[in-house]
Design a protein around this ligand. Structure first.
Ligand code: COA
Length: 192
């Protein structure tokens, strides 16, 4: 593999509050195997909170799909060891996908308990918000289990509000990215 392909073009080094350094970067197809290995170390509860149902393992197909986001409508970041993709263990994944309406995106995030509580969830969510704003989307939302206090608190602190979710037991957390337009349903030019 050419040296320039060993690290993705955009990445950032983050030092966690315990001193450990992780690389935040877009997910790569080479992450599929580390993702499957890391999945085996997750608690059933973490998996349920992320996927909203139980899942014993990540199949090769599922892992492959997760590591090949469609650049036109999806964005997925990992926090991984500072090693080339494929060698690096993956500790967290955050993703967002534009919905069929084309105006909003749904997010999902999982920070493994090994590195939870050190600011990564907040950092990754901010990166998703930045991406969604860059795509000029109106809303970024995710469905969260109603007793998932850490995610509900994180979302609230980032300015998300709560809405009813389509399924009982879930809460939809929503961030309005263009409040003037989405709340009034018409353009409000400043000079008007
Ligand atoms: C929810 C989750 C993403 C948080 O990630 P994290 O890296 O631990 O979060 P951070 O360290 O950045 O903390 C951010 C905020 O989350 C909240 N939070 C984190 N851990 C918490 C806990 N144990 N109890 C209550 N609030 C908590 C706090 O508001 C915290 O802000 P603060 O540090 O200013 O108090 C992570 O716990 C996770 O992946 N859980 C399993 C999967 C999941 O629930 N996904 C969400 C549905 S898609």
């Amino acid at each position: 593999m050419a040296a320039r392909n060993r690290l993705p073009p955009w990445h950032e080094h983050i030092r966690l509050s315990n001193g450990r350094e992780v690389l935040v970067r877009p997910i790569r197809p080479a992450d599929a195997d580390p993702l499957r290995q890391g999945f085996a170390l997750l608690e059933p509860d973490e998996i349920r909170q992320r996927f909203l149902h139980a899942l014993k393992e990540l199949s090769p197909d599922q892992a492959d799909r997760l590591t090949r986001p469609d650049a036109k409508r999806e964005f997925a970041l990992v926090a991984a060891e500072p090693l080339p993709p494929g060698e690096a263990l993956v500790g967290a994944v955050a993703r967002a996908a534009i919905t069929d309406s084309g105006r909003e995106a749904e997010f999902a995030i999982l920070v493994s308990h090994y590195i939870a509580g050190m600011g990564l969830g907040r950092h990754l969510m901010r990166r998703l918000v930045r991406w969604a704003k860059g795509r000029k989307l109106e809303r970024l939302w995710g469905d969260v289990q109603e007793h998932n206090q850490p995610m509900l608190a994180l979302a609230q602190s980032l300015g998300f509000h709560r809405e009813a979710a389509p399924e009982p037991g879930l809460v939809r957390v929503v961030l309005d990215l263009t409040p003037a337009r989405t709340t009034h349903h018409h353009e409000t030019p400043q000079a008007a």
